[in-house]
Design a protein around this ligand. Structure first.
Ligand code: PLP
Length: 285
């Protein structure tokens, strides 16, 4: 089945869909995005993803391309046209198209909106979760506004490629003081030997993960012990469990960091339980 992409008001075959070479996203990575999970044809945590999209747009003084309501319709139509039952929907908004110039285009320039959707191989993701993933640590070389979900992802690309080259699935980014910030495309978590869940607080140096925020609600609801603080690579090596969260994989156990097994080298019980329970706390719409 051919894939369909939404671009600025039109649904087009994926291969024919495109934006201008003058698009700000292409020229300057002057663009923000969201990735929302789809399960059973429903959007997962749409409200929180749309709130974060609005926040990203506001932080970069970017206009909304269409109303919240219209975007909700477009996302669903893109999911429908691509016959996605379980997968993801991807939304990107750029500052629009203009002859290359660093400063913002004139007021009223139409932002570019692209929406795509694709199916996930759930069996493959479940198999990965059953085995756990391998992580390597790399220096966090990103800019200072990583709390904005922008497509300026070159350091993340390089970190992911380093991970791939080392046979790992994810890279954990490490700040100048030796503390893990987050994954190249996920939030990083550990469970200490004492059974305390730890993840870095929101202080502008990580993306405010939607999965993270839903999981925090679940953790509070279940009365699990939890600390929102930075943790070092050494702490992660000594942890009982580690895992990552993101919209496309919910809770994914980490079984190896920098060639060392985490805990006994098998996916942790806490991560497994949180993975199982995650969607009971998530919002479907
Ligand atoms: N951190 C980074 C750098 C990411 O790119 C992502 C997701 O792509 C996340 C965290 C997890 O965010 P979310 O749970 O909203 O998918």
């Amino acid at each position: 089945m051919s894939r369909i992409a939404y671009v600025n008001g039109r649904y087009l075959p994926h291969a024919e869909a495109g934006v201008s070479i003058d698009d700000r996203g292409f020229q300057f990575a002057d663009s923000v995005y969201e990735v929302c999970e789809v399960i059973g044809g429903k959007l997962v945590d749409e409200r929180r993803h749309m709130a974060r999209l609005q926040r990203s747009l506001d932080r970069l003084h970017m206009a909304r391309p269409v109303s919240v309501k219209a975007l909700a319709v477009i996302m669903r139509e893109t999911i429908r046209r691509n016959r996605v039952t379980d997968g993801i929907v991807y939304v990107q908004v750029s500052r629009g198209q203009m002859r290359r110039d660093f400063t913002f285009p004139p007021e009223g320039t139409q932002p570019t909106l692209v929406v795509t959707a694709r199916s996930n191989d759930l069996a493959k993701i479940e198999a990965r979760a059953a085995k756990g993933i391998v992580v390597v640590t790399v220096p966090d070389e990103r800019w200072r506004h990583v709390d904005i979900k922008s497509v300026s992802l070159l350091p993340n690309v390089l970190a992911k490629q380093t991970a791939r080259d080392k046979g790992a699935h994810e890279a954990w980014l490490v700040d100048a003081k030796g503390y893990v910030t987050e994954g190249a495309s996920s939030t990083a978590w550990i469970v200490t030997r004492d059974g305390i869940l730890v993840t870095r607080p929101l202080a502008g140096d990580i993306l405010p993960g939607v999965t993270r925020s839903v999981l925090l609600d679940l953790i509070a609801e279940q009365g699990l012990r939890f600390e929102e603080r930075a943790f070092t690579v050494e702490e992660a090596h000594a942890a009982r469990e580690a895992f990552v969260t993101s919209a496309s994989q919910s809770v994914m156990p980490v079984t190896e960091i920098d060639g060392r097994p985490v805990g006994n080298g098998a996916p942790g019980l806490t991560a497994g339980a949180l993975r199982r329970d995650y969607h009971s706390r998530a919002e479907f719409s």
